[in-house]
Design a protein around this ligand. Structure first.
Ligand code: TSX
Ligand code: MN
Length: 665
């Protein structure tokens, strides 16, 4: 047989080794020529392959389990080409070129290697109502609420319904187009905390974004094939669902919003996403894998996958601690992850801004990694004033989506410093826009997708395989009333109850314009991969890990308002004062806490307000009437949502809180 072997330079060593192993060949002729020509050879030319010359494609060289996944999906989706991604610069350039030609992205010549994508107006956000956890038994996926109460902690679909829905959507969905095979690692490739995934997608935008958000390419393939017997990876299948008819209003952003569906099969470690090219719906390593599937794997294996930032904080004496923090949306999580501390001598470094995977090591120390490789941040509100560090990160090698564009080839969004005189603006839909318009310039959910290692304060250990040691867990919320700036839980169980009780002010759905306080336990409400009652039991079970040093748990609220509706706390860099107090607590400094019915609050002497005009007593007050109502409301929420799934330890916490309030003055 005449074997022609082609491959690109970076896949080269991998392919050559595989070829020699499989075909018992000890000599080979490497392909010559320019990089683009090499690349074409990484494609499987299914139609052009002849009987005489078998073109050994990258697919045929994949480890068996992965090859089976790719070939099964090829049979269903019927792409005309398959491209196994190597993650190289050359490959990225080729894909960007393709996106430019299709009009999916436009260049931003004001910056180095930055691009702007404009999505379809029907495809601008995650779609929670179309996101499902699919298991054999409903109760494994979601908690069962009391009576006719509607569960708000995720949706369940049967495996039968899921498979039917997949069949009707994926059959031939990639006809005449390319299927990309994206091998990616969540976490450093050589870390025991990391997991590998493979996403199949028909979107080049997704490939380029996954290259920023995950560690992607040949190294991952090599890792997978280094251990054929133990070739484990999470399977993620994605199609934008370009309707065969081709009738789409935004032909440069194919999608199928009427039939969009995001499915998770935690019993099979599979993700299937159809119809959307946007963020959390299509970059499957992030919310789908690192949180939903991740949380189910974490439960099985005894660790935690959480919706939290990770930061390192060094005090003036040079003592460094790491903390994690969970915040619902619109609390400025990315701002906090990159905060510039106002207190002299303090240093903050960023490990991650969205997701943490953490586990108690054999010494009982909680250790954490950021499974991601980039930041997929909300653009509006990001500015030199609110997040100067992000502004120093995002103007190179970044893909922006749905932000406004300036006539000098830059970007613009609400909250950003005004562009120079004479520079005009086109909004996210491409229409000309002036300040004062009724519609926003950038879509409120517009994003930057940027490499984490470009962050000027990225922590030296941010991609260390051992992770970083965690000393405190923060929960937070946007609470205009009643909730003090910071308080500490009495113990671990009480801390878990505080996480379960999290609430935050959010802009309500279209009909109401007012703001309402929504429950968002652990900031995980849209991201639980399994029954929230079992999730609480899993958190509670950390107390039973032999020699586990349980970190202290805090609740913070930067958003308390006075009777005139003014924020009582300046926030931003001044939040370093809250971290300063937390570090004093961790260091067991004496006389740092007052006991209140809801937890420990700072003493006036040990909370540094030097140079600030704040009303300490008002900022830290625990109003009895407010908290009595709050306790009843939270109790009601947990009883109704969880019913039989509510752990008795949490029921006890509710009773203890009500008792402490009753006995307080
Ligand atoms: O991100 C925020 N943080 C955390 C920063 C590390 N924001 C923005 C939230 C929207 C995403 C905040 N907004 C914070 C905050 O700590 N605090 C506030 C509220 C606030 C807004 C403006 C002022 C004060 C507080 N202005 C003056 O005091 C002048
Ligand atoms: Mn998030």
């Amino acid at each position: 047989m005449n074997i022609t072997f082609y491959c690109s330079r970076r896949v080269y060593s991998y392919c050559v080794l595989r070829l020699m192993y499989h075909k018992n060949i000890n000599r080979y002729m490497p392909s010559s020529g320019g990089s683009m020509r090499q690349y074409q050879c990484n494609f499987v030319h299914m139609q052009s392959s002849t009987k005489e010359t078998k073109k050994l494609s990258a697919v045929s060289l994949l480890p068996t389990k992965l090859k089976e996944f790719v070939e099964e999906s090829m049979q269903i989706c019927r792409p005309s080409n398959v491209h196994v991604c190597d993650g190289s610069e050359v490959e990225n350039a080729l894909l960007i070129d393709k996106l430019l030609k299709a009009g999916t992205v436009v260049p931003l010549p004001k910056y180095k290697n930055c691009f702007l994508a404009r999505s379809s107006i029907k495809d601008v956000a995650r779609v929670e109502s179309r996101t499902f956890i699919c298991t054999k038994n409903r109760r494994d996926a979601v908690n069962i609420p009391k009576g006719t109460t509607k569960g708000i902690m995720g949706n369940w679909m049967s495996l039968e319904d899921a498979n039917e829905a997949i069949k009707t959507r994926f059959d031939g969905c990639m006809e005449d187009r390319t299927m990309y095979v994206i091998p990616f690692s969540m976490g450093p490739l050589n870390s025991p905390y990391s997991k590998i995934g493979v996403q199949l997608t028909d979107s080049a935008y997704v490939v380029c974004s996954m290259r920023i958000m995950t560690r992607m390419g040949t190294d991952v393939l090599e890792k997978l094939s280094s251990n054929e017997e133990n070739c484990y990876f999470v399977k993620a299948l994605h199609s934008v669902g370009k309707p065969i008819s081709g009738l789409v209003e935004h032909s440069h952003w194919p999608c199928d919003p009427e039939r969009t569906l995001i499915l998770h099969k935690p019993e099979y470690d599979e993700i299937i996403s159809y119809g959307s090219g946007y963020g959390g719906n299509s970059l499957l390593g992030k919310k789908c894998f690192a949180l939903r599937i991740g949380s189910t794997i974490a439960r099985r294996e005894g660790w935690l996958a959480e919706h939290m930032l990770i930061l390192g904080v060094t005090d003036p004496k040079g003592r460094k601690r790491y903390i994690v923090a969970a915040f619902p949306s619109a609390c400025g999580k990315t701002n906090m992850a990159m905060m510039k501390p106002s207190l002299p001598g303090y240093k903050i470094e960023c490990v991650g801004d969205d997701i943490v995977w953490m586990k108690f090591d054999t010494n009982g120390q909680l250790r954490a990694i950021n499974p991601e490789f980039g930041f997929f941040g909300v653009a509006p509100g990001t500015s030199q004033a609110t997040n100067p560090v992000a502004m120093d990160t995002i103007f190179e090698n970044t893909i922006f989506t749905n932000v406004a564009q300036t006539s000098d080839g830059g970007v613009y969004w609400e909250g950003m410093e005004d562009p120079a005189q004479g520079v005009t603006i086109n909004d996210w839909l491409g229409n000309s826009w002036v300040k004062g318009s009724k519609t926003p310039a950038a879509h409120p959910n517009s994003r930057f997708c940027t490499p984490a290692n470009q962050c000027p304060i990225i922590d030296e250990n941010w991609d260390s395989p051992e992770g970083v040691p965690i000393d405190a867990i923060l929960f937070g919320g946007r609470r205009p009333e009643g909730v003090p700036l910071v308080y500490e839980s009495f113990d671990w169980k009480h801390g878990v109850f505080i996480g379960a009780s999290m609430k935050s002010e959010a802009t309500a759905a279209a009909e109401h314009t007012g703001k309402i306080i929504m429950h968002d336990p652990f900031a995980m409400r849209p991201f639980f991969g399994y029954n929230f009652g079992n999730y609480l039991k899993h958190w509670l079970s950390m107390e039973n890990i032999p020699n586990a040093k349980l970190p202290k748990i805090y609740h913070v609220n930067w958003f308390r308002k006075d009777e005139n509706g003014k924020f009582m706390w300046p926030g931003y860099g001044e939040n370093s004062r809250v971290l300063d107090w937390i570090l004093r607590r961790i260091n067991e400094e004496p006389n740092t806490a007052n006991i209140t019915p809801i937890g420990y609050t700072p003493t006036k002497e040990t909370f540094n307000t030097f140079g600030l005009k704040v009303d300490f007593d008002k900022l830290f007050s625990v109003p009895k009437h407010f908290w009595t109502e709050e306790a009843k409301e939270v109790a009601n929420f947990l009883y109704e949502q969880l019913d039989e799934d509510l752990p008795k330890e949490i029921e006890e916490q509710i009773k203890n809180l009500i008792d402490r309030l009753n006995f307080s003055k």
